[in-house]
Design a protein around this ligand. Structure first.
Ligand code: AMP
Ligand code: MG
Length: 328
């Protein structure tokens, strides 16, 4: 069984070709990088429109798979930026009609979990999903993935990007902050905003900008922001593990590429006698392979959607999606 998956929820246009056991046969991605400032949804969508035909060809040719061998076409239906989602959905509908193959809708957040779950071999982990637009702690229960905690304002990645741009840097801020943080020495006081199972970052953004205007270096700010924000995420992840009696954590999302976050979550998990796993970076960031894999699971469980009903769902929540391929 071979499935092609289309990802286009935000700045990344990506096509993956995946077989049984999440064997990634082909993966072609391209990320929209705004010339200045943050991401503009329509410009990102234009980028995707231009890139998708070549990405489909590259994914198929690197997979050494012909369209005839593709058994279903999966696409990220939501959540994400409307214009970006629509370009990916249009490509998926076109391929589905052209190749006469079923169209399978996939929730982007669920796809981050499923790829991490299969790669780790962990059956029932808690997911810390830390990306540009999303920050959630998720676990499975009663037929769906449940959001146990999340950001009350911006996603952690958007916060890092916004902060770095306001300090004179360029998008994407997360990796640049990671490098700058290695040079930081002083831990500056920043708001630690944990509210039960939820977190918030906008207070830390303002406080960092105020400290910078008073002379704090970018390096010390980067270091302090990483330690503070990643501690907040580690804390709510630990609470989720304890409360739901789960024994493993997986990481997903672009911010999960961060070595400090990986190390902190691993230390927390190991101190409880649990396991932690982060996928390789190419499968942590947004990618078509995770959509194809989740599409394969869903399709095998009978999920498919008629083209006429395949509108995108920019605000689709993780806990609104049934997971018939999972027990429990
Ligand atoms: P995603 O939305 O999952 O594609 O992830 C994109 C986000 O990940 C952007 O906000 C990036 O700044 C952030 N990001 C990527 N690499 C890193 C890193 N090494 N450390 C922190 N954030 C990162
Ligand atoms: Mg993502």
């Amino acid at each position: 069984m071979v499935v092609l998956g289309i990802e286009s929820t935000a700045h990344t246009a990506s096509v993956g070709v995946v077989a049984e056991n999440a064997e990634v046969l082909g993966l072609a991605s391209d990320m929209y990088r705004p010339p200045a400032g943050g991401i503009h949804p329509r410009e990102a969508a234009n980028h995707h429109v231009e890139l998708f035909p070549a990405l489909v060809e590259r994914a198929l040719s690197s997979a050494k798979v012909s369209p005839r061998e593709i058994e279903a076409v999966a696409f990220a239906q939501g959540p994400g930026l409307g214009p970006c989602l629509r370009t990916g959905a249009t490509v998926a509908r076109t391929l589905s009609l052209l190749w006469n193959r079923p169209l399978v809708p996939v929730n982007h957040c669920v796809a981050h979990i499923e790829i991490a779950r299969v790669l780790s071999g962990l059956d029932d982990p808690v997911l810390l999903y830390a990306s540009g637009g999303n920050t959630q702690v998720i676990a499975h229960g009663s037929g769906r993935y449940r959001v146990l905690g999340e950001t009350l304002d911006v996603g952690i990645g958007n916060f890092l990007d916004k902060l770095w741009i306001s300090l004179g840097g360029q998008f994407p801020g997360g990796p640049a902050i990671e490098r700058a943080a290695l040079e930081g020495v002083d831990l500056l006081p920043l708001p630690y905003s944990v509210h039960g199972m939820d977190v918030a970052f906008s207070g830390m953004l303002t406080a960092s900008q105020v400290l910078h205007s008073r002379g704090a270096s970018r390096e010390n700010l980067a270091y302090s922001v990483e330690v503070t924000a990643y501690s907040m995420l580690t804390e709510i992840t630990e609470r989720a593990l304890a409360h739901r009696k789960k024994e493993a954590v997986v990481l997903g999302g672009g911010v999960a590429c961060n070595e400090r976050l990986r190390t902190m979550v691993r230390a927390m998990a190991e101190s409880r006698g649990h396991t932690s796993f982060a996928p390789p970076k190419s499968l942590c960031v947004d990618n078509g392979a995770m959509i194809a894999w989740t599409g394969l699971l869903a399709w095998r469980a009978g999920v498919r959607i008629p083209v006429a009903e395949s509108g995108v769902l920019p605000r689709q929540r993780t806990d609104l999606v049934d997971t018939p391929w999972r027990s429990g």
